[in-house]
Design a protein around this ligand. Structure first.
Ligand code: NAI
Ligand code: MG
Length: 487
């Protein structure tokens, strides 16, 4: 915080740097494709660089999988399915999944540091959220493996075969766990592709899976860009597609599998409404709004990127938000004090900056923290837009960055109407002292998850997924088993 921008609210205090050590991290110079239990060279002979978005330094070279590589991975998965995994007693399958969970816990620190190095998220989050939740996901689904007939009584659940799974860069390890754990528990085998900017924890997971003794070919991990993803989607031996990413690519996937008997789940974009009533506990709500949009740099499909404040408390809420914004620490993701780390890529930073410009051009009032951001790397100041309206693009479109669009409302009917008047429907938040208001809103908001007096809380037992252009199908919980089964 610069001296000039300091107001009387703030005392002059700063934290001493507290960087997490990287001494214990072993990264190879080059990573190959994980196919049939081994790391193999790509047919293309090509590699691409993966960087640290906080420093722009190269971390490693990663293999580029082409159609032939994807074909080899799918064949390995099909072979493992037919010869081993399908026939294995479910309780034995469960043991392997438990073992993956245990190994992940043992190596939690290493995974957390690599996640922050490659993705830019604060170490506090990768350490306290991403890695523990990923391990919990494996634990949770390990438990279901031999209980599918209890989950779906009188239905004879059967596995599908090979699951092709394509994941984004915002929660690289956690999304890999969300995809792999239920697929294995239901008796399917996997070909997974991490996002091009964040392949490293998935490749570390491949090493861990190899070390776990999981039979060869049950999980295959191939790296590459959109073409590699498309090769998985279009492969005739893939029986199910699970995708998390942009709505645009979700639509492409749906088109390309139309007319095939591939099953699909899509978890796409969002533009969640966080709604604050005048009877809400204001301080907790402000903390919840901050967590809702600035958590993970706003790279969260369920981020609370639209704020609706009841008019009579708007002044106090906005004043407190501005005050809190000033105290957020933006910078080195590996520092344990950091609240907002690096934006995942140059492209994403450009997209966010374009939207900030659009917001200003649309006439909304911008307010940014006066913090300094590092000169190198991809960083964005936490940003509020005041006086926005429903027709603004910054209110309607997914920005996927630390940018909050604020509107006020008077009545419940008005806020329900506004919150729902959007192409997305992944999540929402409600802050009020009244249980009746919460129940009223949860039945009327068209969103897959509605948090009440909290935000961005996850549990493997709880289903997650969208309405409208946020996608379909559920991940997590008992619901998350269904897309991997036929009855
Ligand atoms: P994207 O949807 O292009 O990438 C997600 C994954 O899909 C990556 O692994 C990518 O390689 C793969 N992919 C790309 N094109 C493909 C194709 N034609 N067939 C199969 N796989 C393909 O997302 P991108 O471009 O990284 O981000 C763009 C915007 O999407 C973001 O600004 C954000 O608004 C949104 N997004 C939403 C996410 C969510 O969790 N819902 C996650 C990531 C991005
Ligand atoms: Mg894309």
């Amino acid at each position: 915080m610069t001296k000039e921008n300091k107001t009387e609210f703030f005392t002059d205090w700063t934290y001493a740097p507290s960087p997490e050590s990287t001494d214990h991290i072993k990264l190879n110079k080059q990573y190959d494709l994980f196919i049939n239990g081994k790391f193999v060279k790509p047919n293309s002979k090509k590699y691409f660089s993966t960087i640290n978005p906080a420093t722009e330094e190269k971390l490693a070279e990663v293999a580029l999988a082409d159609e032939k590589d994807v074909d080899a991975a799918v064949n390995a998965a099909k072979n493992a399915y037919d010869k081993v995994w399908k026939k294995m007693p479910a309780a034995e399958r469960g043991k392997y999944i438990f073992r993956i969970a245990r190994l992940l816990q043992e190596r939690a620190r290493e995974f957390a540091v690599i996640e922050s190095l490659n993705g830019g998220k604060p170490i506090r989050e990768s350490r306290d959220v991403d890695v523990p939740l990923a391990a919990n996901h494996f634990f949770y689904y390990a438990g279901w493996a031999d209980k599918l007939e209890y989950a779906f009584p009188n239905k004879k659940p059967q596995s599908l075969g090979v699951a092709g799974q394509i994941i984004p860069w915002n929660f690289p390890l956690l999304m890999a766990a969300w995809k792999i754990a239920p697929a294995l528990a239901t008796g399917n085998t996997v070909v997974l592709k991490p996002a091009e900017t964040t392949p490293l924890t998935a490749l570390k997971l491949a090493e861990l899976i190899r070390d776990s003794g999981l039979p060869d070919g049950v999980v295959n991990i191939v790296t590459g860009f959109g073409n590699t993803g498309a090769a998985i989607v279009n492969h005739p031996k893939v029986n199910k597609i699970a995708f998390t990413g942009s709505t645009d690519v979700g639509k492409i996937i749906q088109k390309s599998i139309a007319g095939t008997n591939k099953k699909v789940t899509l978890e796409l974009g969002g533009k969640a409404a966080n709604i604050i009533f005048d009877d809400a506990p204001i301080d907790q709500a402000v903390e919840g709004i901050i967590n809702g949009i600035f958590f993970n740099q706003g790279h969260v499909c369920c981020a609370g990127s639209r704020l609706f404040v009841q008019e009579n408390v708007a002044d106090v809420v906005i004043a407190k938000l501005k005050q809190r914004l000033e105290t957020l620490i933006v910078g080195n993701p590996l520092d344990k004090n950091t609240d907002i780390g690096a934006i995942n890529s140059r492209e994403q930073l450009q997209k966010i900056n374009d939207y900030i410009k659009i917001g200003i051009d649309e006439g909304a009032e911008m307010y940014q923290s006066s913090c300094n951001i590092p000169a190198k790397g991809f960083f964005c100041k936490p940003t509020l837009f005041l006086h926005t309206s429903q027709s603004h693009r910054i209110v309607q479109e997914e920005i996927f960055g630390p940018v909050l669009a604020i509107q006020t409302f008077r009545t419940i009917e008005e806020v329900i109407e506004k919150a729902n008047n959007i192409p997305y429907g992944l999540s929402a938040g409600v802050w009020t002292d009244k249980g009746s208001k919460i129940f009223n809103l949860t039945t009327k908001l068209r969103a897959g998850v509605v948090w009440a007096n909290t935000y961005n809380k996850f549990d493997p037992a709880s289903p997650f997924g969208g309405y409208k252009e946020s996608g379909f199908g559920r991940e997590g919980g008992l619901h998350g088993l269904m897309p991997y089964l036929q009855f």
